[in-house]
Design a protein. Structure first.
Length: 296
């Protein structure tokens, strides 16, 4: 068994090197403290590869040799501030946690890492194809059109109720899409939706050409699956009745759908004289599109 040397008082403030004992000896300091002045070092190892010291400003644990600087703990290794607040904790066999102002922000887990709060980066590597749990930017988009001309005689308001189809020309629905019945459109899910309608019309109603002081292009909605009212409109006009003239209108609005059973929309027009809405089975002459922008 190695011998034990006892030193009851050690005062190396002068900086003079003091060697006690030989290889294999244990040094026991019986006093309360081991005090060293600024920049005086405790040096460990055959070549003094590990140094512990404090200068006038900072404290250091300095490994100057080869290999790792290892800090080992049987359960938890932690770094705290002067007030005992956690900064880093590493638990044997499980996780490493990082803290901001004693609040955990990052933790390693079995499958990767968990970030609490906002993660900001200046750049990312990879294409993100392996990411899960993300909501894509557009989850629902649908487009409909009327496939045949719809002549309207006289003045007044008319809802476009017939010949609707989902567009199939260079288009594919995103999500589950809208439902349509007699011109009434039902939403597949709640949320904030952008509704856009483009309407093309001619001054000919099937028998005569008419001048039009106004033609209002409208989006109507209901919140009780019964009573409809205008929520958006635009206007176009035609002052010449000498020949068949063509005009178009565009209207859009955002609507918050909170009840898919009762919140619905339709497309209508309010006119001064007879006209014909132009339809097509190969182009979006008169139609409507629906895009979900976000949750309600």
């Amino acid at each position: 068994m190695a011998s034990v040397l006892k030193v009851d008082k050690l005062d190396p403030q002068s900086g003079t090197a003091l060697e006690i004992g030989t290889s294999g000896d244990t040094i026991s300091i019986g006093g309360t403290n081991l005090d060293l002045g600024d920049s005086k070092k405790i040096r460990l190892g055959a070549s003094q590869d590990l140094e512990i010291y404090h200068d006038a400003s900072n404290s250091y644990i300095h490994d100057t040799g080869t290999g790792y600087l290892l800090i080992k703990g049987s359960q938890v290794v932690g770094i705290q501030d002067a007030n005992g607040n956690a900064m880093i904790t590493a638990t044997a066999g499980t996780d490493v946690k990082l803290y901001y102002d004693n609040s955990q922000k990052f933790a390693t887990v079995t499958g990767g890492a968990t970030v609490t709060g906002v993660c900001t980066a200046t750049s990312f590597a990879g294409n993100g194809s392996a990411l899960t749990g993300l909501t894509p930017g557009i989850t629902e988009y649908d487009q409909w059109r009327i496939t045949a001309d719809a002549a309207q005689t006289g003045s007044g308001r008319t809802v476009l109720t017939a010949n609707w189809e989902r567009s199939d020309t260079n288009f594919e629905v995103i999500g589950s899409g809208m439902s349509e019945s007699s011109g009434i459109f039902t939403f597949p899910s709640t949320g904030k939706w952008l509704v856009q309608s483009g309407q093309m019309w001619s001054s000919y109603d099937g028998s005569s050409n008419y001048a039009h002081v106004y033609v209002y292009h409208e989006i109507q909605n209901t919140t009780d699956d019964s009573s409809y009212g205008r929520i958006a409109r635009s206007v176009s006009s035609n002052s010449n009745a000498a020949a068949e003239y063509y005009q178009n209108g565009y209207v859009s609005t955002m609507i918050d759908i909170t009840d898919v059973s009762n919140d619905k929309v339709c497309i209508s027009a309010y006119r001064a004289n007879g006209l014909t809405w132009k339809g097509s089975s190969s182009a979006q002459d008169t139609g409507v599109s629906f895009m979900k922008l976000g949750d309600t």
